[in-house]
Ligand binder design. Structure first.
Ligand code: ADP
Ligand code: MG
Ligand code: MG
Length: 249
Protein backbone atom coordinates (compact mmCIF):
# COMPACT_ATOMS: atom_id res chain seq x y z
CA UNK A 1 0.00 0.00 0.00
CA UNK A 2 1.38 3.38 -1.03
CA UNK A 3 -0.01 6.86 -0.53
CA UNK A 4 0.50 10.03 -2.53
CA UNK A 5 -0.55 12.88 -0.31
CA UNK A 6 -0.85 16.50 -1.34
CA UNK A 7 -1.49 19.01 1.42
CA UNK A 8 -2.31 22.71 1.16
CA UNK A 9 -0.43 23.02 -2.12
CA UNK A 10 0.15 26.59 -3.29
CA UNK A 11 1.84 27.08 -6.68
CA UNK A 12 2.68 30.17 -8.67
CA UNK A 13 4.09 30.74 -12.16
CA UNK A 14 6.32 33.56 -13.34
CA UNK A 15 4.63 35.85 -15.88
CA UNK A 16 5.63 39.14 -17.50
CA UNK A 17 3.54 40.89 -14.85
CA UNK A 18 5.32 39.07 -12.04
CA UNK A 19 4.44 35.89 -10.17
CA UNK A 20 0.86 34.68 -10.57
CA UNK A 21 -0.68 32.38 -7.93
CA UNK A 22 -2.45 29.45 -9.61
CA UNK A 23 -3.02 26.78 -6.96
CA UNK A 24 -4.39 28.21 -3.72
CA UNK A 25 -4.33 25.34 -1.25
CA UNK A 26 -5.04 21.96 -2.85
CA UNK A 27 -5.48 18.82 -0.74
CA UNK A 28 -5.59 15.39 -2.34
CA UNK A 29 -4.77 11.92 -1.03
CA UNK A 30 -4.43 9.02 -3.47
CA UNK A 31 -3.95 5.47 -2.30
CA UNK A 32 -2.68 2.43 -4.22
CA UNK A 33 -5.32 0.97 -6.47
CA UNK A 34 -7.47 4.10 -6.39
CA UNK A 35 -8.58 6.14 -9.38
CA UNK A 36 -9.13 9.85 -8.74
CA UNK A 37 -10.55 12.11 -11.43
CA UNK A 38 -9.62 15.79 -11.33
CA UNK A 39 -12.14 17.75 -13.33
CA UNK A 40 -12.61 21.44 -13.88
CA UNK A 41 -12.99 24.25 -16.39
CA UNK A 42 -10.12 25.43 -18.58
CA UNK A 43 -7.58 27.49 -16.69
CA UNK A 44 -8.55 26.16 -13.27
CA UNK A 45 -5.03 24.85 -12.58
CA UNK A 46 -5.29 21.17 -13.51
CA UNK A 47 -2.08 21.06 -15.55
CA UNK A 48 -0.34 23.23 -12.96
CA UNK A 49 -1.14 20.56 -10.37
CA UNK A 50 0.32 17.85 -12.62
CA UNK A 51 3.47 19.86 -13.40
CA UNK A 52 4.00 20.83 -9.77
CA UNK A 53 3.82 17.19 -8.64
CA UNK A 54 6.18 16.13 -11.44
CA UNK A 55 8.69 18.91 -10.74
CA UNK A 56 8.45 21.26 -13.73
CA UNK A 57 10.84 24.16 -13.05
CA UNK A 58 8.37 26.91 -14.13
CA UNK A 59 5.97 26.05 -11.31
CA UNK A 60 7.10 27.40 -7.96
CA UNK A 61 5.73 25.79 -4.80
CA UNK A 62 5.13 28.57 -2.28
CA UNK A 63 3.45 26.46 0.40
CA UNK A 64 2.28 22.94 1.12
CA UNK A 65 3.59 19.40 0.82
CA UNK A 66 3.66 16.49 -1.61
CA UNK A 67 4.60 13.20 0.04
CA UNK A 68 4.92 9.73 -1.44
CA UNK A 69 4.88 7.28 1.46
CA UNK A 70 6.25 10.02 3.65
CA UNK A 71 9.05 10.98 1.24
CA UNK A 72 9.00 14.68 0.35
CA UNK A 73 8.75 14.68 -3.45
CA UNK A 74 9.30 18.43 -3.62
CA UNK A 75 12.87 17.93 -2.42
CA UNK A 76 13.59 15.48 -5.26
CA UNK A 77 14.72 16.09 -8.84
CA UNK A 78 12.42 15.11 -11.71
CA UNK A 79 14.44 11.89 -12.21
CA UNK A 80 14.32 11.03 -8.53
CA UNK A 81 10.55 11.51 -8.52
CA UNK A 82 10.28 9.04 -11.39
CA UNK A 83 12.46 6.56 -9.50
CA UNK A 84 10.20 7.04 -6.48
CA UNK A 85 7.39 5.70 -8.68
CA UNK A 86 5.74 8.81 -10.13
CA UNK A 87 4.70 9.04 -13.77
CA UNK A 88 3.20 12.00 -15.62
CA UNK A 89 1.43 11.68 -18.99
CA UNK A 90 1.56 15.23 -20.29
CA UNK A 91 -1.27 17.17 -21.90
CA UNK A 92 1.16 18.41 -24.55
CA UNK A 93 3.90 15.78 -24.96
CA UNK A 94 7.20 17.24 -26.15
CA UNK A 95 8.94 16.34 -29.41
CA UNK A 96 12.46 14.94 -29.12
CA UNK A 97 13.97 14.99 -32.62
CA UNK A 98 16.93 12.63 -33.06
CA UNK A 99 15.80 10.20 -30.32
CA UNK A 100 13.84 7.15 -31.43
CA UNK A 101 10.89 5.77 -29.49
CA UNK A 102 12.78 2.51 -28.87
CA UNK A 103 15.85 4.27 -27.58
CA UNK A 104 13.82 6.67 -25.43
CA UNK A 105 11.96 3.79 -23.79
CA UNK A 106 15.14 1.80 -23.13
CA UNK A 107 16.86 4.87 -21.63
CA UNK A 108 13.88 5.60 -19.38
CA UNK A 109 13.69 1.98 -18.21
CA UNK A 110 17.44 1.89 -17.55
CA UNK A 111 17.30 5.13 -15.57
CA UNK A 112 14.40 3.82 -13.48
CA UNK A 113 15.94 0.44 -12.68
CA UNK A 114 19.55 1.57 -12.41
CA UNK A 115 20.51 -1.08 -14.96
CA UNK A 116 19.71 -1.81 -18.59
CA UNK A 117 16.88 -4.28 -19.22
CA UNK A 118 17.73 -7.67 -20.79
CA UNK A 119 17.51 -6.93 -24.50
CA UNK A 120 15.40 -9.78 -25.81
CA UNK A 121 12.91 -9.73 -22.96
CA UNK A 122 12.59 -5.94 -23.19
CA UNK A 123 12.08 -5.90 -26.95
CA UNK A 124 9.36 -8.51 -26.49
CA UNK A 125 7.63 -6.43 -23.81
CA UNK A 126 7.78 -3.30 -25.99
CA UNK A 127 6.38 -5.17 -29.02
CA UNK A 128 3.56 -6.63 -26.98
CA UNK A 129 2.63 -3.33 -25.37
CA UNK A 130 2.64 -1.61 -28.76
CA UNK A 131 0.36 -4.27 -30.19
CA UNK A 132 -2.08 -3.87 -27.33
CA UNK A 133 -2.19 -0.13 -28.00
CA UNK A 134 -2.60 -0.84 -31.76
CA UNK A 135 0.61 1.00 -32.60
CA UNK A 136 2.34 0.07 -35.84
CA UNK A 137 5.74 -1.62 -35.18
CA UNK A 138 7.43 1.01 -37.36
CA UNK A 139 6.66 3.48 -34.58
CA UNK A 140 9.60 2.21 -32.55
CA UNK A 141 12.03 3.71 -35.05
CA UNK A 142 10.40 7.12 -35.29
CA UNK A 143 11.66 10.16 -33.40
CA UNK A 144 9.80 10.78 -30.15
CA UNK A 145 6.54 12.66 -30.82
CA UNK A 146 8.02 14.24 -33.95
CA UNK A 147 5.23 14.51 -36.49
CA UNK A 148 2.98 12.32 -34.34
CA UNK A 149 -0.74 13.02 -34.53
CA UNK A 150 -2.48 14.04 -31.32
CA UNK A 151 -3.78 10.51 -30.84
CA UNK A 152 -0.37 8.95 -31.51
CA UNK A 153 1.21 11.19 -28.87
CA UNK A 154 -1.35 10.12 -26.28
CA UNK A 155 -0.91 6.44 -27.13
CA UNK A 156 2.84 6.87 -26.70
CA UNK A 157 2.27 8.38 -23.23
CA UNK A 158 0.24 5.30 -22.28
CA UNK A 159 2.88 3.01 -23.80
CA UNK A 160 5.47 4.60 -21.51
CA UNK A 161 3.17 4.22 -18.52
CA UNK A 162 2.50 0.55 -19.23
CA UNK A 163 6.18 -0.26 -19.68
CA UNK A 164 7.51 1.78 -16.76
CA UNK A 165 4.80 0.60 -14.35
CA UNK A 166 4.68 3.53 -11.91
CA UNK A 167 3.28 3.46 -8.40
CA UNK A 168 1.32 6.62 -9.18
CA UNK A 169 0.34 7.84 -12.63
CA UNK A 170 -0.91 11.35 -13.30
CA UNK A 171 -2.65 11.58 -16.68
CA UNK A 172 -3.17 15.16 -17.83
CA UNK A 173 -6.03 15.33 -20.34
CA UNK A 174 -4.86 12.17 -22.07
CA UNK A 175 -8.39 12.05 -23.51
CA UNK A 176 -8.41 15.42 -25.24
CA UNK A 177 -8.22 15.26 -29.01
CA UNK A 178 -8.87 11.51 -29.16
CA UNK A 179 -11.47 9.91 -31.38
CA UNK A 180 -13.65 7.23 -29.82
CA UNK A 181 -11.43 4.31 -30.93
CA UNK A 182 -8.26 5.91 -29.57
CA UNK A 183 -10.08 6.89 -26.39
CA UNK A 184 -11.06 3.26 -25.85
CA UNK A 185 -7.52 2.00 -26.52
CA UNK A 186 -5.99 4.54 -24.16
CA UNK A 187 -8.58 3.79 -21.48
CA UNK A 188 -7.94 0.06 -21.84
CA UNK A 189 -4.26 0.74 -21.17
CA UNK A 190 -5.11 2.53 -17.95
CA UNK A 191 -7.56 -0.18 -16.90
CA UNK A 192 -4.97 -2.88 -17.61
CA UNK A 193 -2.39 -1.29 -15.35
CA UNK A 194 -5.12 -0.73 -12.76
CA UNK A 195 -5.97 -4.43 -12.80
CA UNK A 196 -2.44 -5.79 -13.06
CA UNK A 197 -0.74 -3.58 -10.50
CA UNK A 198 -1.66 -1.64 -7.39
CA UNK A 199 -0.84 1.70 -9.02
CA UNK A 200 -2.87 4.75 -8.04
CA UNK A 201 -4.18 7.08 -10.75
CA UNK A 202 -4.92 10.77 -11.03
CA UNK A 203 -6.96 11.21 -14.21
CA UNK A 204 -7.17 14.88 -15.11
CA UNK A 205 -9.92 15.71 -17.57
CA UNK A 206 -12.07 18.56 -18.75
CA UNK A 207 -14.72 16.25 -20.17
CA UNK A 208 -16.68 13.42 -18.59
CA UNK A 209 -16.34 11.23 -21.71
CA UNK A 210 -13.24 9.27 -20.60
CA UNK A 211 -14.98 8.49 -17.28
CA UNK A 212 -17.35 6.22 -19.15
CA UNK A 213 -14.35 3.98 -19.85
CA UNK A 214 -12.36 4.54 -16.66
CA UNK A 215 -14.46 4.45 -13.52
CA UNK A 216 -13.12 6.82 -10.88
CA UNK A 217 -13.43 6.02 -7.20
CA UNK A 218 -13.36 9.73 -6.37
CA UNK A 219 -14.05 12.91 -8.33
CA UNK A 220 -12.57 16.29 -7.38
CA UNK A 221 -13.62 19.51 -9.09
CA UNK A 222 -10.87 22.10 -9.34
CA UNK A 223 -12.03 25.70 -9.79
CA UNK A 224 -9.70 28.70 -9.67
CA UNK A 225 -6.92 26.77 -7.98
CA UNK A 226 -9.04 25.20 -5.26
CA UNK A 227 -11.01 21.97 -4.88
CA UNK A 228 -14.57 23.29 -5.06
CA UNK A 229 -16.39 19.98 -4.69
CA UNK A 230 -15.62 16.29 -4.15
CA UNK A 231 -17.64 13.14 -4.49
CA UNK A 232 -17.94 9.72 -6.07
CA UNK A 233 -18.57 8.74 -9.71
CA UNK A 234 -22.06 10.26 -9.51
CA UNK A 235 -20.47 13.71 -9.35
CA UNK A 236 -18.98 13.15 -12.82
CA UNK A 237 -22.45 12.27 -14.09
CA UNK A 238 -23.90 15.44 -12.62
CA UNK A 239 -21.16 17.49 -14.28
CA UNK A 240 -21.92 15.82 -17.58
CA UNK A 241 -25.50 17.06 -17.32
CA UNK A 242 -24.91 20.44 -15.68
CA UNK A 243 -21.44 21.50 -16.87
CA UNK A 244 -19.26 23.79 -14.78
CA UNK A 245 -21.58 26.81 -14.88
CA UNK A 246 -22.62 26.66 -11.26
CA UNK A 247 -18.96 26.87 -10.17
CA UNK A 248 -18.23 29.95 -12.23
CA UNK A 249 -19.15 33.39 -10.94
P1 ADP B 1 -5.92 23.88 -16.82
O1 ADP B 1 -4.96 22.78 -17.07
O2 ADP B 1 -6.91 23.62 -15.76
O3 ADP B 1 -6.58 24.35 -18.07
P2 ADP B 1 -3.51 25.40 -16.25
O4 ADP B 1 -2.91 24.80 -15.04
O5 ADP B 1 -2.89 25.07 -17.56
O6 ADP B 1 -5.09 25.14 -16.27
O7 ADP B 1 -3.47 26.98 -16.12
C1 ADP B 1 -4.02 27.68 -15.00
C2 ADP B 1 -3.77 29.14 -15.15
O8 ADP B 1 -2.39 29.40 -15.04
C3 ADP B 1 -4.20 29.71 -16.49
O9 ADP B 1 -4.71 31.01 -16.27
C4 ADP B 1 -2.92 29.77 -17.26
O10 ADP B 1 -2.93 30.77 -18.23
C5 ADP B 1 -1.92 30.06 -16.17
N1 ADP B 1 -0.59 29.51 -16.48
C6 ADP B 1 -0.26 28.20 -16.42
N2 ADP B 1 1.03 28.03 -16.77
C7 ADP B 1 1.51 29.24 -17.04
C8 ADP B 1 2.79 29.74 -17.46
N3 ADP B 1 3.83 28.91 -17.64
N4 ADP B 1 2.91 31.08 -17.64
C9 ADP B 1 1.86 31.91 -17.44
N5 ADP B 1 0.64 31.51 -17.06
C10 ADP B 1 0.46 30.21 -16.85
MG1 MG C 1 -10.23 0.59 -8.44
MG1 MG D 1 -4.44 21.64 -18.66
Amino acid sequence: MSTLSITNLHVQVATNDGPKPILKGVDLTVGSGQVHAIMGPNGSGKSTLAYAIAGHPDYEITDGQVLLDGVDLLELSVDERARAGLFLAMQYPVEVPGVSVASFLRTAKTALDGQAPKVRQWVGQVDEAMQRLRMDPSFAQRDVNTGFSGGEKKRFEILQMELLRPRFAVLDETDSGLDVDALRIVSEGVNRLHEESDAGFVVITHYTRILRYITPDFVHVLVDGRVAEEGGPDLAERLENEGYDRFLA
